[in-house]
Design a protein around this ligand. Structure first.
Ligand code: SF4
Length: 443
């Protein structure tokens, strides 16, 4: 905000940049001093801020931070009985004319998930070009000094850009260096490499330093120039015009009640290890949490299948894990965290957003990462002192919620498998002991 104010001044605008106890008070102070006939704002990105805009009688205009406005989304939903992300994504591709060949997707396929779900490569694990941090400047340092910190995590180091100019540099770097290898291992996790080929552009998109339209145009340009394989271009475009915009619209469709849903009645307080990565012996959790501690970042699979998955199967309160993610990630905002965490990751909406709970055991993490080798726990064990907490709590989760999920076609098989475990009583006993250790901070 301070940098934007300075840039506007430099461009010749008169800027009234204020410090106030609240947005309401800031607007009042501005009105008292300037008596403007009207105040026009861009539609804010949170439900509470839009209520404030309305309460203060501010005039608003549509935001360019998203390509699908709620009005357009409403017209999309009106023509369908059920709304699925995949249908929305295809609709977006067609109406925005992104990688289309007439009415068909370029290359004949909408989806390259099959190619894009490979585990970590066996060799050359450091093949991905490193992100290039820049030194903090005086303005960054001033803001860091002013922001009183009662949160956890390391101070900023220049990993994340704070200007549009630098955000554009990062975008170009990604297009040239990482996008051509984005696809295959986008779901993989490695101890030794936190970024792989991820774009690291989400903070800039969510802050408005980059616009989705320009990012997509840059991807299409690289693809059309033959520099990027189709699975890499499609996989990335899906994240931006599919998932990102779908989450945005789910937020507006279901707020404000959605935020406080807790369909699985999950009541555990946020475990201490979420702010103390060193306090856990689980290699996968330690690695993902350390990334958040160091850089306020973990990639999408670390968020969904490690951190979120653990909270889900351990029965952590969905509002507490949502708040933790919102407070901890550099790209966080209410609109993105509420549907992604309450709905997608914690199934706290009872299936409004996702058709199944994203619960998995150690086998998935072992397949998609190199964390299990050398971990203090054994991902194959489900009873005893060395049992992997993910494996144990995964089975316990489906036993605990067997009635709810027995008829869900996407996970009914897992429920049946849990019911047929020969040692299910012992698994449940082990889960009780694991959760007790978790609560004591000894896991
Ligand atoms: Fe995580 Fe279990 Fe693998 Fe350890 S063994 S890294 S706790 S999944």
């Amino acid at each position: 905000m301070r940098r934007f104010a300075a840039e506007l001044r430099e461009a010749g605008f008169k800027v009234d940049y204020r410090f106030a106890e609240s947005m309401r008070e800031g607007v009042q102070l501005h009105r008292d001093e300037f008596s403007p006939s009207q105040i026009i704002v861009t539609e804010p990105n949170s439900f509470a801020a839009r209520e404030l805009v309305s309460a203060l009688s501010l005039q608003s205009v549509k935001s360019n931070q998203f390509l699908c406005h709620h009005d357009e989304y409403a017209s999309f939903c009106a023509t369908r009985k059920t709304v699925k992300m995949e249908d929305f994504y295809r609709w977006q591709r067609k109406r925005l004319d992104v990688m289309m060949d007439g009415d068909d997707p370029f290359g004949g396929r909408w989806n390259f998930d099959e190619e894009n779900r490979q585990g970590p490569p066996k060799t050359d694990q450091d093949r991905w070009p490193k992100p290039k941090p820049v030194a903090l400047d005086a303005l960054d340092a001033e803001v860091v000094a002013d922001v009183s910190s009662n949160s956890w995590g390391q101070p900023p180091t220049g990993q994340w850009a704070t200007s549009r100019t630098e955000a554009l540099v990062r975008m170009k770097y990604f297009m040239k260096n990482n996008l051509p290898m984005f696809g295959e291992h986008e779901d993989a996790m490695l101890k030794s490499n936190w970024h792989l080929a991820h774009s690291l552009l989400s903070p800039y998109l969510n802050l408005g330093l980059l616009l989705p339209g320009e990012v997509i145009a840059a991807v299409v340009k690289e693809f059309e120039a033959g520099k990027v394989p189709i699975n890499c271009a499609e996989g990335f475009i899906r994240q931006v015009i599919g998932w990102r915009e779908y989450m945005w619209n789910c937020y507006w469709q279901w707020m404000p009640k959605y935020k406080s849903m807790n369909a699985l009645d999950a009541r555990r307080d946020l475990p201490k290890l979420f702010t103390k990565p060193d306090a856990t012996s689980m290699s996968c959790m330690k690695s993902a949490l350390d990334g958040v501690y160091q850089r306020s970042y973990a990639h999408h699979i670390e968020r969904l299948m490690v951190l979120g998955n653990f909270a889900l199967i351990a029965g952590v309160n969905p509002q507490q894990i949502t708040d933790w993610m919102w407070n901890s990630f550099v790209d966080a905002a209410e609109w993105v965290m509420v549907p992604n965490v309450v709905g997608m990751s914690q199934y706290a909406d009872g299936g409004m957003l996702a058709t199944k709970p994203y619960a998995s055991g150690g086998a998935y993490i072992d397949r998609m990462s190199d964390h299990c080798k050398g971990c203090r726990y054994d991902r194959k064990q489900r009873v005893g002192p060395d049992a992997c907490p993910f494996t144990v709590l995964y089975w316990d989760f489906f036993l605990r919620h067997e009635k709810l999920f027995a008829k869900n076609p996407r996970v009914a098989r897992q429920v049946r498998a849990a019911q047929q475990l020969s040692d299910s009583a012992k698994v449940r006993e082990t889960a009780v002991s694991i959760l007790a250790r978790l609560d004591k901070g000894e896991l």
